[in-house]
Design a protein around this ligand. Structure first.
Ligand code: ZN
Length: 344
């Protein structure tokens, strides 16, 4: 694979650009998703380890004074992190232990630390929720000899270069060319994070690893796209370019439109998927992931019923299944969810 730089459309930048797009405002998020997210975060969350392991229940009902507490004064933070780490075979890094610099000398991101105990617990529960949508064992198998276990950084606000850090400016990001295998998430100001965004980034991490392992056939993938189509490979004009609205089910994230093309001309979830194969695959899985997490089919209802969307989604799901050693029963759960949405 050609070496891609940060500035010239590297995958990290691609990922960042998606997130900036997705999180610019609330208008592109469906009310149902936001409602569910709020509801979930208000409930007590049980973190389930292995079946034989005891379960510890944490509730959000805490006195106001506790809301100000530093994570170092709250033993629940470490206990919760440990449980989720064990469940997924990952490292969760938070508080003052987080990495502060990402990127390269040309274009770097600088992160701050986030130290509020309640916020960190909220974020860890959201990470649990995001990863729970994927087949068990997938997270731990992403580890490699060179870069080790997947690190999940729970950061404060992030800024670029000498710019002041700003909450939500870089909600979540990853970098395929970094010395570490990581997923960084801005959890400021209160620990609430966009769970689908984390799942989307995690899909990129899976995609990167499959390519590194030589277990993804890009030529086969490209054959599933329309004749004459090529990815835009930039973030500036995908919404206005040659292929905008031509093959997409919706125009933007979460904004269903009346289909103006025949169903057999639907190849992408929304225009963002025409940016790159990476974004295409991550966006294709979004409705499935939301369904797995929250049980509703509201992002793009009926999307998996289109024949080319089916072909592409199934190609990606099968590739994941083939690349990793997954328990058949866990694959079955994913498959069943997909087939239900695809009405198969
Ligand atoms: Zn992306």
């Amino acid at each position: 694979m050609r070496k891609k730089g940060w500035k010239t459309g590297g995958v990290w930048l691609l990922s960042l650009a998606f997130l900036l797009t997705a999180c610019k405002g609330g208008s592109d998020k469906p009310a149902t998703t936001a409602d569910t997210a709020t509801k979930t975060s208000e409930e007590s969350v049980t973190v389930v380890g292995t079946e034989t392991e005891h379960q510890v229940e944490f509730t959000d009902a805490v006195p106001t004074s506790a809301e100000e507490a530093d994570y170092r004064d709250d033993p629940q933070v470490e206990e919760l992190a440990r449980q989720v780490e064990e469940k997924y075979g990952i490292d969760i890094v938070y508080g003052e232990d987080v990495r502060r610099n990402f990127g390269n000398e040309e274009e770097d991101l600088r992160a701050t630390a986030f130290t509020n105990a309640e916020g960190i617990k909220t974020a860890i529960k959201a990470v649990d929720e995001a990863f729970s949508a994927f087949p068990k064992g997938l997270t731990s198998q992403l580890a490699d000899e060179k870069r080790g276990t997947l690190k999940v950084y729970l950061l404060g606000a992030v800024g670029q270069g000498d710019n002041a850090p700003e909450s939500g400016a870089y909600p979540a990001f990853t970098d395929n060319e970094d010395r570490e295998l990581f997923l960084a998430i801005d959890i400021s100001p209160d620990g609430f994070i966009n769970v689908p965004t984390v799942s989307h980034e995690f899909t990129h991490v899976i995609d990167f690893r499959m390519h590194e392992m030589g277990k993804f056939d890009d030529e086969g993938w490209n054959r599933l796209n329309p004749e004459g189509f090529s990815y835009v490979e930039n973030y500036e004009n995908y919404a206005t370019g040659e292929f905008a609205n031509k093959y997409s089910y919706t125009e933007y994230h979460y904004t269903p439109r009346k289909l103006t093309q025949p169903p057999e001309d639907v190849y992408f979830v929304y225009n963002y998927g025409t940016v790159s194969a990476l974004e295409d695959r991550a966006t294709l899985l979004e409705p499935l992931i939301i369904y797995r997490m929250w049980g509703h089919d509201t992002i793009a209802p009926g999307m998996y019923e289109f024949p080319h969307i089916q072909a592409k989604t199934e190609y990606f799901l099968k590739a994941i299944e083939a690349a990793f050693d997954l328990a058949p029963e866990d694959v079955e759960i994913w498959k069943n969810a997909y087939e239900k949405l695809a009405k198969k």
